[in-house]
Design a protein around this ligand. Structure first.
Ligand code: PLP
Length: 431
């Protein structure tokens, strides 16, 4: 058994003053059971817990650490910036430089605004889309997560085209009723929604590769279909690339699938591990944001100099030619490798991957393309696999509905080592 003594003590101490002992719910291991290892430090592809155990990490702080943990250039940039002061609440050169760079790497973002999290980015983009179109309804997809703003914590009502219902207490039904929730990868349902409400839908918001119902890439034609329907009805197409930005390709999913959204939301990698988000897009839409326009949006710490230094150091490194090919190759080797092992042991499994995101599904569905398929996987097998991997030093997301991430520090030896561990653990699952 793992020695988890310190983590167990910390988790029990944490329960006293922190709800559930954690500052973000999934960290509490409710889906898989057991005590979460408390992390003391991280380096390259590894995490180290409070009891000194090393793990190969495929969570990557839920996405930001595409270059691996404790990247020397990011660390140095943060130290240098901190020497000059932590926050000014006034414009800085670093904000201009990062805006120029993001716009160069993601050309659809002609203008952008920095915020402090992915949630702020999506919340602000939705407000902007509503203000710009003067329409109230928004359309999202079942199983996509866009942060925890009220309008976005909404699930589908009973019929496909009924009003949305809140997915958390604390959200008035009156707010949720403006959110329509459709099936991911089903363009017909979207077209029907627009036929029913041709003048009311301000925007579609979509994860262009879904990463919050495990990993589900778009089927051929889905993103193009969204683009077409938005053009036809004058709605704003928002790509939530908080997870996919600088992750599935240098220019994000919009570069990989060659579809240009009107607005893009970024987070995670853009902050290099610091709390940063951004939203941006077409100039004529972005100019509706205050102070150029009437749609209000603000932030005391937005564009924080230390966070911008970290983000710039990260983005300057991800520009390295060949990086995304290497990441994709490593991810493919890992995902296909695990599938081959599962096949040889007659464990039904399907894998999805896009760039350096991957998902393992314990299911006999050949290709998982939507939420209902994702939630019908064998969670018992997943939990068995999960705990076996953890015990043997591989840290996967502690829930079967989360994508995994590979970083630039996951070299071929680390991937092979992971496959050897997976072989041993899956043999146990098969028993
Ligand atoms: N959008 C997507 C696609 C995400 O995956 C997340 C977080 O996981 C968010 C938005 C919210 O970002 P944050 O947790 O930084 O608020």
């Amino acid at each position: 058994m793992n020695n988890m003594q310190k983590s167990e003590q910390l988790f029990s101490r944490a329960q006293k003053h922190i709800p559930g002992g954690v500052n973000s719910p999934v960290r509490a291991f409710k889906a898989v059971g057991g005590t979460p290892p408390f992390i003391e430090k991280a380096d390259g592809p590894y995490l180290y817990d409070a009891d000194g155990k090393q793990y190969i990490d495929y969570v990557q702080s839920w996405g930001p650490m595409v270059l691996g943990h404790n990247n020397p250039q990011i660390r140095q940039a943060v130290i240098d910036a901190a020497h000059k002061g932590l926050s000014f609440g006034a414009p800085t050169e670093a904000e201009v430089t990062i805006a120029d760079l993001v716009s160069e790497l993601v050309p659809s973002m002609e203008m952008l605004r920095m915020v402090n999290s992915g949630t702020e980015a999506t919340m602000s983009a939705i407000r902007l889309a509503r203000g710009y179109t003067k329409r109230d309804k928004i359309l999202k997809f079942e199983g996509c997560y866009h942060g925890h703003a009220d309008a976005l914590l909404v699930k589908a009502g009973s019929g496909a085209l009924t009003f949305g219902v809140p997915s958390s207490p604390g959200i008035p039904a009156d707010f949720a009723k403006h959110t329509l929730t459709m099936e991911y990868n089903n363009i017909d349902s979207v077209v029907q929604a627009f036929e029913q409400y041709p003048d009311d839908i301000a925007c579609i918001i979509v994860e262009p590769v879904a990463g919050n119902m495990n990993c589900i890439p778009p089927v051929d034609g889905f993103l193009q279909g969204l683009r077409d329907v938005c053009d036809q009805y004058g709605a704003v197409l928002i790509f939530d690339e908080v997870m996919t930005g600088f992750r599935v390709a240098l220019g994000g999913a919009q570069a990989k699938y060659k579809i240009e959204p009107d607005l893009t939301c970024l987070g995670k990698v853009i902050g290099g591990g610091m709390p940063v988000g951004a939203f941006g897009g077409k100039r004529d839409i972005m100019q509706h944001i205050a102070p150029s326009g009437p749609v209000y949006q603000a932030g005391t710490l937005s564009g924080n100099p230390v966070a911008m230094a970290a983000g710039l150091a990260a983005l300057n490194q991800v520009k390295r030619p060949g990086l995304y090919d290497e990441l994709s190759e490593a991810t493919k080797t890992l995902a296909e490798g695990i599938k081959t092992i599962a096949d040889s042991l007659n464990i039904p499994m399907s894998v999805n991957y896009a760039g350096s995101m991957f998902g393992l599904f314990f299911t006999d569905v050949e290709r998982v393309t939507n939420y209902q398929q994702a939630i019908n996987c064998n969670t018992e097998q997943f939990n068995h696999f999960y705990h076996g991997m953890l015990e043997n030093g591989v840290y996967l997301a502690p829930a079967s509905y989360e994508a995994g991430f590979v970083s630039a520090q996951h070299n071929p030896e680390v991937i092979q080592q992971t496959l050897q561990i997976a072989e041993k653990v899956l043999a146990d699952v098969a028993k």
